[in-house]
Design a protein around this ligand. Structure first.
Ligand code: DGL
Length: 281
């Protein structure tokens, strides 16, 4: 639906966002802030989460289903708010869909561009770390050897249950990050959209077990900015000041009655901005 207002044309159709489950809510927190006039339709494939331990073919098929679901709802643009789905399906989705497709990707670029003597830890699902798209991205970094990829199975399952407490992940973090105990770590990339919800837990673990700055990076804000650029460039902006701006409609392949409250709870959590290393948390 295109509305005319003076010389400006507005497009009040919603923007579709999907993830394997609730992770995309961490992207949506940024999108709501940067695109306050837009309304969003979210699809969580909770019945099939996690994607991270599945094969590339399975992830591709699930991502295509999720995208089709949103396209049939009449979205004007699509956001793949799942690093794992991006790795397996972004090229196929862009080829197939007529609406513009924007996607999250592990934020290793800003992490690698910040100078330091330490390493960069890239935490993501096992699938993301293995798939060729991420491997190619990493090879474009000035010093790919600086990046240590850690496939972190187990975290997504807990976040899907609404568990995000600071001390609820020490066992998984120890199992995955124990081998790097005492290492100098300059940056930690949250390469899965479920992880920003447990950023305080990851940061706390890092400060207790590594030296170095341990600065956290995620791709959500950059992706929301990219979405804003694309919406503007294609003339798809929604009308300012409409009561629909900021509305998020939630759909899931799982049980709506139990999923929606967890989704809304995660969406309402303020974005975590850690203090500098010296002030222990
Ligand atoms: N949130 C997703 C990501 O960004 C995937 C989590 C999963 O389903 O394994 O990778």
């Amino acid at each position: 639906m295109t509305l005319k207002k003076g010389k400006t044309e507005y497009d009040n159709r919603p923007i579709g966002v999907f993830d394997s489950g609730f992770g995309g809510a961490s992207f949506l927190r940024n999108a709501l802030r940067l695109l306050p006039n837009e309304r969003f339709i979210y699809y969580g494939d909770n019945a099939n989460a996690p994607y991270g331990d599945r094969t590339e073919e399975e992830i591709l098929r699930l991502a295509e289903n999720a995208a089709d679901y949103l396209v049939h709802k009449g979205v004007k643009a699509l956001v793949v708010a799942c690093n794992t789905a991006t790795s397996a399906a972004i090229n196929a989705l862009r080829e197939k869909l007529e609406v513009p497709v924007v996607s999250v990707e592990p934020a290793i670029k800003p992490a690698c561009e910040r100078e330091g003597d330490g390493r960069v830890l890239m935490l993501a699902t096992a699938a993301t770390t293995k798939l060729s798209r991420y491997r190619a991205l990493k090879m474009r970094m000035p010093d790919p050897e600086r990046v240590i990829d850690v496939g972190c199975s187990g975290i997504v399952e807990r976040v899907e249950k609404g568990v995000i407490e600071k001390d609820a992940f020490d066992d998984i973090l120890w199992a995955k990050l124990g081998p790097y105990e005492g290492m100098r770590i300059d940056g930690i990339v949250l390469g899965c959209t479920h992880f920003p919800f447990i950023a305080p837990a990851i940061r706390r673990y890092a400060l207790n077990h590594f030296t170095g700055e341990c600065r956290l990076y995620d791709g959500n804000e950059g992706t929301a900015k990219q979405l804003r650029r694309v919406i503007k460039a294609r003339g798809l902006e929604a009308e300012p000041g409409s009561a629909e701006g900021g509305r998020v409609t939630f759909f899931t392949s799982g049980d709506e009655a139990s999923c929606e409250p967890i989704f809304r709870m995660l969406l309402s959590i303020p974005i975590y901005r850690p203090r500098a290393r010296k002030e222990k948390e």
